[in-house]
Design a protein around this ligand. Structure first.
Ligand SMILES: *Cc1c(COP(=O)(O)O)cnc(C)c1O
Length: 388
């Protein structure tokens, strides 16, 4: 019944963990879920109120425009100017998306012909690889290794692969590793893309979830990036709005036009009231994101201390709400043990690709009490194992 493209999908990597979690809950175990990449913090009331008001406007009850309201695109451009100092033309350099996943999944359809290569990182958000395959392309894997700060080694990409590739996906701050890329690296990447005629698709939903002094950069801060790159941003993580499905892509106008062309043949844009609420979110994001960072920072510190104490090799993330811990063993066995013995859910690194093997991803999308509970359980287990 199913197409080859569906049949060739890898099995859902987290199915075994989901089953083990359900089984534990059935047995009455108080499960602490540090697996999900979804903020537990509520969407701020001011955004909810804006949606309720905008839902009453009859203009919002008809088909929206494909590319997004000009008011929404202007708000996104203003936000980029204020956040990164990047000037954008809202008409030609901004496109609304039904969540950034939607744009990421559709983008390769605009640029790949069957058999074209596309450079994708590993470990990574699984959507990049499947999107390339759905478009008939062939993923060329760029390993992200700890000794290189989880940045791809561009010099290690063979000239043959680079020449046959049409596009490159990247994501900094990075899910699942928590690593950041600085402007010099992004500059090198842009030069590499220009040398090899590559389209750069940079996924940047965590730019506001950072813990250092400085905000992680937009790739569009790099001189000349606009010649080859677009960047995806989303209100999902910035304003705790994962359920709302609202994001946007900005940058090179020909790339934007290509993605828009695919989309206009598939969807009919975001609900206008969600865009109106998104404008309010963007205008208030400074305060919202500052509160969010403070909350995550405290949680990250707690979990970092706990994981270090039980002997996992882990670094404090510079950004994102993930801790990427090296276990040394098979990641699925490790997460299985966590759920079966301790009632703690974490995500096996191998679910993000072969180069994630040996790692486990913990999310701090739970209140501090729950993180403390998880840490206590892990410490107790380790103490018991040591006394055997
Ligand atoms: C959460 C996340 C997104 C955002 O997805 P939305 O569709 O905007 O909710 C995109 N990329 C990565 C790597 C993510 O972790």
């Amino acid at each position: 019944m199913y197409s080859d493209r569906i049949k060739s999908l890898p099995p859902y990597p987290f199915a075994a963990i989901d089953r083990a979690k359900l089984a534990a809950q059935k047995k009455g175990v108080d499960v602490v879920d540090l697996g999900v990449g979804d903020p537990d913090l509520p969407t701020p009331q001011i955004i909810i109120d804006a949606l309720c008001e905008a839902a009453k406007n009859p203009d919002n009850h008809q088909y929206p425009s494909y590319e997004g309201k000009i008011e929404f695109r202007t708000a996104a451009a203003d936000w980029y100017k204020e956040t990164f100092g990047v000037d954008l033309d809202p008409e030609s350099e901004v496109l609304a998306l039904i969540g950034s996943k939607e744009g990421i999944a559709h983008a390769p359809l605009a640029f790949l012909n069957p058999g074209n290569l596309a450079l994708v990182p590993d470990p990574a958000y699984p959507v990049y690889k499947t999107a390339v395959e759905f478009a008939g392309g062939v993923p060329a894997i760029m390993p992200l290794k700890r000794e290189r700060g989880f940045l791809p080694d561009l010099d290690a990409i063979s000239s043959d692969v680079a020449r046959k590739s049409r596009l490159i996906f990247l994501n900094y701050p990075n899910n699942p590793t928590g690593a950041c890329a600085d402007v010099p690296f992004l500059k090198k990447l842009v030069d590499f893309a220009k040398d090899n005629n590559l389209i750069v698709l940079h996924d940047n939903p965590y730019s506001e979830v950072y813990f250092g002094e400085n905000r992680p950069p937009s790739i569009l801060e790099v001189e000349g990036a606009r010649d080859v790159a677009v960047e995806f941003h989303s209100l999902s993580k910035t304003c705790n709005m994962t359920g709302w499905r609202v994001g946007f892509v900005v940058g090179n106008q020909d790339i934007i036009k290509g993605i828009g062309n695919v989309k206009s043949n598939i969807d009919s844009g975001n609900f206008g009231a969600v865009q109106d609420a998104g404008i309010v979110a963007l205008k208030n994001s400074r305060g919202i994101a500052a509160d969010m960072r403070e909350t995550y920072k405290e949680r990250v510190e707690l979990l970092y201390q706990g994981l270090s104490k039980i002997g996992l090799e882990v670094e404090k993330p510079e950004a994102t709400f993930y801790l990427w811990a090296w276990t040394g063993g098979k990641s699925k066995e490790y997460t299985r043990k966590l759920i079966d013995k301790l009632g703690i859910v974490a995500t096996p690194g191998v679910g993000f690709g072969d180069y994630g093997e040996g790692y486990v991803r913990f999310s701090v999308t739970q209140p501090t009490e729950r993180i403390t509970e998880a840490v206590n359980r892990m410490e107790k287990m380790v103490a018991e194992e040591r006394s055997l």
